[in-house]
Design a protein around this ligand. Sequence first.
Ligand code: GLU
Length: 425
Amino acid sequence: MEIQKSEAHLDGPLFKNALQTIEEAAKLINCDPNVLERLKRPRRCLTVSVPVRMDDYSVKVFTGYRVQYNATLGPFKGGIRYHQNVDLPEVVGLAALMTFKNSVLGLPLGGAKGGVCVDPNKISRTEKQNLTRRYASEIASFVGPTKDIPAPDVGTDPQTMAWFMDTYSQEQGGYAQPGVVTGKPVEIGGSLGRNHATGLGVVYIAEKAFEKVGIKMAGATIAIQGFGNVGSFAALFSHQRGAKVVAVSDVSGAIFNGDGLNIPELIEYIKINKILKGFPNASSITNEELLTLKVDGLFPCALEGQIDTHNAENIKAKVIVEGANGPVSVAATKILHKKGVFIAPDVIANGGGVIVSYFEWVQDIMSLFWDEEEVNNRLKTIILRAFDVGFKFHQEKNVDMRSAAMAVSVQRLEKAMLLRGLYPR
Ligand code: GLU
């Protein structure tokens, strides 16, 4: 697609990768050209200034975004990221991924994403609350339980969602509006099982992917990049199933133990020390070394753009499960597919978070809440169904799993758009 000068927001690497997968998927399913044209652009992009009273009484103005990519299948849905590298092109890319994720998972939701350019580790709790409340109020007229439903992402958590929900509710006359965000604490309408949902989904998919290539989870060696909400729970659930998590990483670097790290101890260690560095019974390795370890499973659970043409040839894992959004580029996917590496793509593999967000939204609407077992079981059913549909396409058409998942996704969106008469033939 040719990008004009005024369209710099469409020019980021993450979105360009997404565009490539959309175009390839469209070819595979012979997609209606009018639908394809629409699917290649976000519906709307909002940029807001977020003035925040800092602890020293100065005012700092941050920049925030909310990109609503597509609402064919239902209300817009997607997380809010706080990170120092957030910019509009990144949020557009993430919003596109949410659209195709929700479609392949079969959820009645559109795709969106938000973010604020801020290093959440460099502001105080009060500053984070002030920032969240002002950001929520700046985008308040664009979101709502039937319009656009934010959720946590990198740098945001249940507490952030509680502040967001409270601010939105105050703007609606003070009436509690739990359904405006998901990933809330359970005390205010959150769902049991939401906090660990993405990590659990990663492990359900890893078990399935391992099975396809003849590896058993018990005894498998696994390296995990990132030890935030996704990576830490993926490590814990893998460990509980008897896998050897030999390496994990965070901003302080990566640690390795060939016999498997003691994950429950590591989680306790992080609670006290905040970073992995210094954990006993482990040696330090670099992030690049972690990615290229000879392991059964590599789970990139941090940020996008980690495996590209510069390191794809060096990857030695048999299976990659994308806990993050966009960690492996399209070019790298092709190289790895040729090498025989099985990639469970982000739009399926990290879908556990938004699947349980969907359950949370449904429970809020009903005002009737499920127990954790019910949530976990329903999550398993939906995520494995998406995997099976993707896997069938992958086998029948002999394409990599990312192309297969995207093809299924684009096909569902195409059908819905044509049924709604959005783009008549
Ligand atoms: N931020 C998560 C994602 O990238 C969850 C989104 C949601 O629950 O709406 O899928």
